[in-house]
Design a protein around this ligand. Structure first.
Ligand code: ZN
Length: 197
């Protein structure tokens, strides 16, 4: 006799939820059952919030951070230091750096890193816009991950930026390997930024 399980639609919902980052099988099941049981109060709000943010959120045409109207709040903040630019891989890397309080300049999100395995070439990244933004005497901080692809990307960018006579620095090592900036705590990030070279 087959063991008792949830009806098929719930199993499918659980399977979809399990695809979300950080959601394991048990959490997926708990969320799915909760959504079904509280259907009036929130699943509609949830799907609406999802639709709305998908429709409204784009990437800033200047720096690649999240924005709702073409240009992001960071680029529109004219109190920031213009002579310093921090290059990160993903828009999600900006918030932990910002929360560390150690950086007051502008950001540039590449949208990934160079990776021969994934066929990611310089043309796939937001590099031409970066080169357009920089000027002589600017300091460009490369805050990329410490894995092989992050290193390769940093080396490539350093070469391109030095041709533009920029000062290129790298954040100090010590970020969690493979985890990227997203997983680094604020104190680690502050030290990594202060120890740049
Ligand atoms: Zn921006």
């Amino acid at each position: 006799m087959p063991s008792l399980n949830y009806p098929e639609p719930i199993i499918e919902l659980v399977a979809e939820l399990k695809k979300l980052p950080g959601v394991g099988p048990r959490s997926a099941e708990r969320i799915a059952v909760w959504m079904i049981q509280h259907r009036k109060s929130n699943s509609e709000e949830l799907s609406q919030a999802l639709d709305t943010s998908r429709a409204m959120i784009g990437l800033c045409k200047c720096c690649g951070f999240f924005s709702t109207n073409g240009e992001c709040d960071l680029c529109n903040d004219h109190t920031r230091e213009t002579e310093i630019l921090c290059v990160v891989e993903q828009p999600t890397d900006v918030l932990p750096l910002e929360r560390s309080g150690a950086f007051k300049g502008y950001y540039h999100c590449l949208g990934g890193k160079l990776s021969p395995l994934d066929n990611t070439t310089p043309e796939d990244l937001n590099i031409s816009e970066l080169l357009r933004r920089v000027s002589e005497d600017m300091e460009i901080i490369l805050a990329l991950s410490s894995d092989v692809e992050g290193e390769a990307t940093a080396n490539y960018l350093a070469e391109m930026l030095e041709k533009k006579n920029c000062k290129v620095t790298r954040i100090a090592q010590g970020l969690p390997a493979g985890g990227g900036l997203e997983h680094a705590d604020e104190l680690t990030l502050m030290r990594a930024l202060q120890g740049r070279r």
